[in-house]
Design a protein around this ligand. Structure first.
Ligand code: BF8
Ligand code: SF4
Length: 657
């Protein structure tokens, strides 16, 4: 049987459309371009021009003598450094925006969450006193920016981790000194002729990853909350059906929320709507994609079109006037797709251009003008539409579970805590928790692992928190609705009903994985579940990962004490020694470990086994499935079964399924 491309019937429907319109998609390209097996398994080194050296067959070392172990560890470390650089540079942009706001140089922006500003000031050692918000924000921005260039000492946020965790980092010498320093050092160490001991390299990879989780990403989350508001639950919609036939459709895609926030404000301007009407449109419809989309969804309920593999397909609808992109996870293929329709791709980060696309770089000083210019350009493009096809698939959801809100809902404004959640875990109502995050990858059936794992885990009383493209997969299949509670195990259902939460909590974009670190810290320090993240019955999973950023996230969760499982395949398969070093080796050092497991069913098995082993170690009640029985099996409404796929029954409308 042919492997299904996706379990999302709307994606299958759009794949046919794309074929008709001769638009290339990653699904097609992945059929032609098979991954190079040598590079994929970690056995290719191109660190110098004596090579590239491919360690296959009888070749056991590179020209310089580098071993498989060294090459594989070096490749992984470099990827982790690149991911840390990307997330941290995102954090830096936000810190610069905060500084501009504090100095009155960013019209249209303001401090939206004063209490978060003060809380962050506390973490950063900035005096609050009687000072104005802008004065506090100014110093917060400077401390944040200082963490990038710091040469000695430690990142300010490390103090937010459980005390025991901080001790582990210090004892091992992996507490990051400065974000840029550790990333530059990783690049240096992995240069030809530098660090050539796999274990030594991989220990620095952990340091580098920590600069992301407890540095750049945490900063990006915090400053976004300060400037744009801390998420609270909001209703939203997802999938291609959110595109409107008779309105100007703008998709915001990428990762940075700053300009996106201004665009959302501009499209409600009556003048702008009137202008759209002069072009024959009924209004302006703003939507998101990937992580910029998640940021807008969580803060404003802006609909989200889809996840990573849906970017060209959304253009193939022929109904997108502008796709506005900043950075990260943007397929260059969108420009080729746009050239086959009327869509305009607009790049907005001064760091990112795409050949052929319109470049309108964002700067804080002129943000509103730039946002207006972009929206006008989209409106002007409305009359240029040709053939339009919008699949009729829309799903509802409730999102916006920031760690602040999760604490709030467990006791209100004055008595918030993690006590109810910890007690539920201790009693065995909740068996454990899983953070399921990350990308899509055409090397695996789109959304299948994501959906399969979540369905199984909630049925087995595991509470799920999610971010990024994983969260969008759940959104599209109805897994982020409170009704899904009916399919959770009875223990988890009881807790969800009592606290008033769905069993799958959407916490934000990929930088918001830092929110999960905070939740884990709060659970570890609340009492009753040990005193460190590594004691918790919790697992991190990236079923369909593809990005270097995902590896960095995985590594910082490991460095924070978590067991992390990645799907698709392993980038270190070539070296059994490295496989061992990042699993048992890292576990003996930091209590967390990283494993790659292509079969999502096995990911479920390993997750449950790990959760049960941690429960045993904590000496809390054994999870007894007989006591709480098993939940019903949830069959997502918009879900393509292998049988339907075989029969070609995917191009039916949502309502008729
Ligand atoms: O940062 S989940 S495909 S969009 S890397 Fe990218 Fe992966 Fe999506 Fe967001 Ni995260
Ligand atoms: Fe080959 Fe060594 Fe150069 Fe790598 S660093 S390409 S293994 S010679």
């Amino acid at each position: 049987m042919e492997r299904r491309k996706t379990v999302d019937p709307s994606v299958m429907e759009m794949l046919e459309q794309a074929k008709e319109k001769q638009i290339s998609t990653p699904f097609d390209r992945a059929e032609v371009t098979k991954p190079c097996p040598i590079g994929r398994d970690g056995a290719c080194c191109k660190q110098c021009f004596m090579g590239p050296c491919r360690l296959v067959g009888k070749t056991t070392v590179g020209i310089c003598g580098a071993t498989m172990e060294t090459i594989t560890a070096r490749n992984l470390t470099r990827s982790i450094a690149a991911g840390a650089a990307a997330h941290s540079d995102h954090g830096r942009s936000l810190a610069l925006s905060l500084l501009a706001v504090a100095e009155g140089k960013a019209p249209g922006f303001e401090i939206k969450d004063e209490s978060k500003l003060k809380q962050v000031a506390g973490y950063m050692g900035v005096t609050v006193g009687e000072r104005t918000n802008n004065e506090i924000a100014h110093d917060v921005a400077l401390v944040a920016l200082g963490d990038f260039g710091k040469q000695e000492g430690e990142l300010a946020y490390l103090k937010r981790a459980p005390a025991k965790r901080q001790e582990i980092w210090r004892k091992l010498g992996i507490a990051p000194r400065g974000i840029d320093r550790e990333i530059a050092e990783a690049m240096h160490r992995t240069c030809m002729g530098c660090d050539q001991d796999a274990e030594h390299l991989l220990t620095h990879a952990l340091t580098c990853a920590l600069t992301d989780g407890w540095g750049g990403s945490m900063m990006a989350t915090d400053i976004s909350d300060i400037l744009f508001g801390t998420p609270v639950p909001v209703a939203g919609t997802s999938n291609f059906g959110v595109i409107r036939q008779d309105e100007v459709n703008i998709i915001i895609h990428g990762h940075e929320p700053s300009l996106a926030e201004l665009i959302v404000a501009v499209v409600t301007d009556p003048d702008m709507i009137a202008y759209a009407k002069t072009k024959g449109a009924k209004g302006i419809n703003i939507m998101g994609m990937c992580c910029s989309g998640n940021e807008l969804l969580l803060r404003h309920g802006v609909p989200i079109v889809g996840n990573f593999l849906q970017q060209e397909l959304s253009i193939a609808t022929g109904a997108i006037e502008a796709m506005v992109v900043d950075y990260q996870c943007i397929m260059q293929g969108i420009q080729a797709a746009a050239e086959r329709t009327h869509t305009k791709v607009i790049t907005t980060s001064p760091k990112v251009k795409i050949t052929g696309a319109t470049h309108i770089p964002f700067d804080e000083q002129h943000g509103i003008e730039i946002a207006r210019q972009i929206v006008r350009l989209a409106i002007d493009n409305y009359p240029n539409r040709k053939s339009v096809h919008i699949p009729d698939f829309t799903d509802r959801m409730v999102v916006g579970f920031s760690h602040e809100y999760i604490a709030y809902m467990q006791g209100g404004a004055y008595r918030q805590s993690f006590r109810p959640l910890n007690d539920a875990v201790i009693a065995g109502r909740i068996r454990g928790a899983a953070g399921i995050v990350g990308c899509n990858n055409p090397g695996a059936t789109h959304d299948e692992g994501h959906i399969g794992i979540v369905k199984e885990l909630i049925k087995n009383d595991v509470l799920v928190v999610t971010t990024g493209c994983a969260a969008v997969a759940y959104a599209k299949h109805g897994l982020l609705t409170p009704e899904v509670m009916d399919y959770a195990g009875p223990g988890l259902r009881e807790v969800c009903q009592a606290i008033g939460i769905p069993p799958v909590l959407h916490m934000g974009s990929c930088v918001d994985n830092s929110r999960i670190l905070t939740v884990l810290t709060q659970m570890a320090t609340e009492g009753g579940l040990g005193d460190d993240i590594s004691d918790l019955p919790a697992v991190g999973i990236a079923p369909e990962w593809m990005s270097e950023k995902a590896l960095t996230i995985g590594a910082y969760f490991v460095a924070s004490g978590a067991y992390v499982l990645f799907g698709v395949d392993s980038p270190v398969k070539s070296s059994p020694a490295v496989v061992e070093l990042i699993s048992k080796g890292w576990e003996s050092k930091v209590g967390g470990k990283l494993e790659f497991e292509p079969d999502w069913h096995k990911i479920v098995e390993k997750t449950l086994a790990h959760i049960d082993a941690k429960r045993k170690a904590l000496k809390i009640a054994d999870y007894d499935p007989a006591r709480f029985a098993s939940g019903a099996s949830y069959a997502p409404a918009d879900y393509l079964t292998p049988e339907d796929f075989d029969k070609g029954l995917y191009s039916v409308k949502a309502g008729s399924r």
